[in-house]
Design a protein around this ligand. Structure first.
Ligand SMILES: *Cc1c(COP(=O)(O)O)cnc(C)c1O
Length: 438
């Protein structure tokens, strides 16, 4: 495609955008279980308005837009107060991945300053930890050593202990981990880290703005935040269960002294003195303003209401799954994300059968299972989910391994013992995307 020689006009261009989305996932009707966190049209409208007010502003230079600087420190402070640390230090970032990249880079540079004898730093991460940690390992030259999980899908603390080497700088746990929605034993991980003089990061990208409300509602939630001694940093996404506009997360540190290892400065550029707290240069103002706005708009009361509705719905969907004899929920999910599998039917074939009924459910592996993330958008669809699960189980039951769709692909890839072949497959798929006309 080439840029058109003359502009096509607003109506034409916007019409083309509208037409193009006809085959996209229908998140408004509760048909997706990840990617979009939707708390109702009033929240959406507020986000639009707040975002548009700061649509053109750039938080790159804190002197030019002091309002954005204030919103950012307010958001970090609100997050710190929520997560057990009123005097927290932190930054807003573009999302969970950037928060995690920053936490790992900070740990690496902290170790360079405080443990200079370490030449090849390592971090111990559960196998369920988000791939952003492996991305960070790749980008920043920190080796990720994986530790297995136990039968409850929580990281095995003994295995973590055994994985610590003289080069370890950081231990990571999740609250909860995305695949099964289960919280790692943070107290044990943090005290192990403290005992050995290591940093301890808790990845609460998905749980950071949900677990505190879930706990206040009276559900059992083990301690995992800054109230736990030894936890030195936390990542928590605003664009997930804080229902902010996309492009918003926080990375938080127990001390300013630790956070300073996140920053980068360059003093010799002819363009001026340059300091940068995180990955980007230009930083859009919209996501910062929208995140500040939604926290103020919903307040504790609003978040508690949404958490209550999400938890009630998530428990109802899990109960519905448990009534289907062929299906089972994995582990004891702490909040509103969970996985389910089947000892008797091909779970990927079941996923394909649900696809055909208009649901968009994520596939997982090791073990093969399906994943759901529940928001208030699903409240009215519990019965429809149950009916379609029952119908889909009936459809795939007794059929041999399905021959098409994700079932065939996952079946084939899952059986390859050489994981580098699977890696190549993923990379080739990514390369093919820009060639594809959809
Ligand atoms: C979503 C998520 C991330 C990554 O966040 P992005 O905003 O997608 O970059 C990291 N960890 C967990 C547990 C998550 O759920």
């Amino acid at each position: 495609m080439k840029i058109p020689p003359t502009g096509l006009g607003k109506a034409h261009v916007l019409g083309a955008l509208e037409a193009a989305r006809a085959h996209d996932a229908d998140w408004r009707k509760g048909r997706t279980f990840s990617l979009v966190y939707y708390a109702g049209d009033d929240v959406l409208e507020l986000l639009h308005d707040a975002f548009m007010k700061y649509f053109s502003e750039n938080a790159l230079n804190p002197m030019a837009f002091p309002s954005l600087r204030r919103f950012e420190s307010d958001v970090v402070s609100m997050a710190g107060n929520l997560l057990g640390h009123a005097d927290v230090a932190g930054s807003m970032t573009s999302g969970g991945t950037e928060s995690i990249l920053m936490a790992v880079k900070t740990a690496r540079d902290w170790a360079r300053a405080n443990r200079p004898e370490i030449k090849a730093p390592e971090m111990v991460v559960p196998i369920t930890v988000h791939p952003a940690f492996h991305k960070a390992a790749h980008y920043f030259g920190v080796k990720a050593v994986t530790a297995p999980i136990d039968e409850h899908f929580r990281v095995d603390v003994d295995a973590v202990r055994k994985s610590i080497s003289p080069s370890t700088i950081l231990i990571v746990g999740s609250a909860p981990a995305y695949p099964h929605g289960v919280i790692d034993p943070i107290r044990d991980l943090a005290s192990l880290a403290a005992e050995r003089g290591l940093l301890c990061h808790v990845d609460a990208c998905v749980g950071g703005f949900m677990l505190p409300w879930v706990k206040r509602l009276g559900y059992a939630v083990p301690d995992w935040d800054f109230s736990v001694p030894g936890v030195t940093s936390i990542s928590a996404d605003l664009h997930k269960y804080a229902f902010a506009a996309k492009g918003a997360s926080v990375v938080l540190y127990r001390s300013r002294e630790l956070r300073k290892h996140q920053f980068v400065a360059y003093a010799d550029w002819p363009g001026g003195l340059y300091g940068s707290p995180s990955m980007p240069g230009t930083r859009p103002g919209g996501p910062i303003a929208a995140a500040w706005a939604v926290l103020q708009y919903l307040g504790e009361e609003g978040y508690l209401r949404i958490a209550k509705e999400s938890m009630t719905t998530a428990r109802a969907v899990m109960d519905a799954i448990k009534t289907v004899p062929e299906l089972r929920v994995l582990g004891e999910p702490a909040m509103t994300i969970f996985a389910f599998d089947s000892p008797s039917v091909d779970i990927y074939a079941l996923g394909d059968a649900m696809d055909r009924r208009g649901w968009f459910i994520d596939r997982q592996q090791k073990p093969p299972c399906l994943h759901m993330m529940i928001t208030p958008a699903h409240a009215r669809h519990v019965e429809a989910i149950r009916e379609d699960l029952v119908a889909s189980v009936r459809e795939v039951k007794g059929t041999a391994q399905a021959g098409a769709g994700s079932a065939a692909m996952y079946g084939m890839l899952g059986s390859l013992p050489d994981r580098s072949q699977v890696k190549d497959f993923i990379l080739e798929f990514m390369e093919s995307l820009d060639a594809k006309q959809s």
